[in-house]
Design a protein around this ligand. Sequence first.
Ligand code: ADQ
Length: 466
Amino acid sequence: MGRLVVISNRTANLGKNTQIGGLAVGIVDALRKQGGLWAGWDGSVVDDAAAATTKIQTHGNVTTLTTALTSEEHEKYYLGFSNRVLWPAFHYRLDLMDYRMEFADSYSATNEKFAELIRGHLRDDDVIWVHDYHLIPMAAELRKRNCKNKIGFFLHIPFPSADIFSAVPRHEWLRYCLLQFDLIGFQTVNDVHNFHRYLKEHSDAAIISPEVVRVNDRTINIGHFPIGIDVQQFAKASARTDDTIELERMRRKVLQRFQVISADRLDYSKGLPHRMKAFRKFLEICPEYQGHADYLQIASPSREDVTAYSDIKAELEQLAGAVNGRFADFNWAPIQYINRNIPREKLAPLFRSSLVGLITPLRDGMNLVAKEYIAAQDDKDPGILILSKFAGAAEELSEALIVNPYDISEVAGALKTAVAMPLEERQLRHRKLLKRITDHDAQWWQRQYLQALQRGDQHPTANERV
Ligand code: ADQ
């Protein structure tokens, strides 16, 4: 078996003592098992191309190959086409899509630059796994450079409905690029349906079966591979509580209070304002819980150079202030809003000490926080997950309380149900949810994906056109 080559916008730090979390868990595990190369942007931005040096570092059997972006690439490829066009459109926010031709040109050129850099490091028997919406043209660029390796793509965010995708400028080119991969992996069955429907309506591709599409004489495999987490690692971290969290938990117990928790990147797709309004509604319809319900929203700063992100930050600060102003008493404030990254060792016990995990994105590829919340629970007295039906995770986690995040009253009602739910019902739901995330963990995800990529049909010939 050849090496695994992973190409993603960012790579993780593989140095000693680094806690790896989120989607990196599965990738690192696969790389360490098979040995390989991880290529991507190093996170730095330089003024001009001459200053963008390539770094090669080796950690055991894994090598990282990283480079900087120029300020122009950062502005147009990363913040521009990736995060002002593809991200909003794929999350159904065409109103926030800000397309400019130079964004698409830079997106294409930056993919070309990465491909050029990586091509020189590839071996004939490498299997290549490309991640996410920043790198849709990667296979096309590698094929142009006569790369005949198996190349798979995994989309971490939702694939939108056919109408929405066809509203993205240059969607025909994106489709052409996608169809240069040997395997296109999505998070959910719904994403696969959306992609099929788009191909049916907007291309000549023949859909042979749900898993196989043919274009000219090429075969492209398609599948859904719901990403998972390292359940054991997160469960372990959740049991290692620290003094402050433990003290707070005991204080709440004495005061007969409970905690509702949410943790997200501060992103408009995560539905934070809707959620705060739902919590306000809950306090209105259940006045008996005023003074007893603590809502902790942890929001890590994200893409602050994009206006839509600074707007939502201001909206949230205003909302949290207004709710606290209205309901707070001298010894209780309903909302605690933290706008920074919290280390995983702290996040996990915080999840465990919360009676409700309120995870209500307006649209999400999967949502790992939902799975982390389940993994962190004490099975003797587990909390309850309230989950948006528009999170990819809702396809798997049907024993959560599934809600429409746009319906503020429905979410407030789910909060009411959750806090009154008897222990036996919480335990029953938790058992089923825990089993599902354990069966479909991060290792399972990468194995399923890589097996599908390895057993797929022969690589396509270079330079074919759709
Ligand atoms: P994200 O949009 O980043 O990922 P998510 O899946 O929820 O969303 O992952 C976020 C990760 O960051 C989790 O591991 C969580 O614990 C951590 N996190 C969140 N808030 C934090 C905070 N304040 N401090 C520290 N850590 C925090 C994209 C897609 C998702 C998809 C993943 C993986 O948008 O839909 O699930 O990729 O495929």
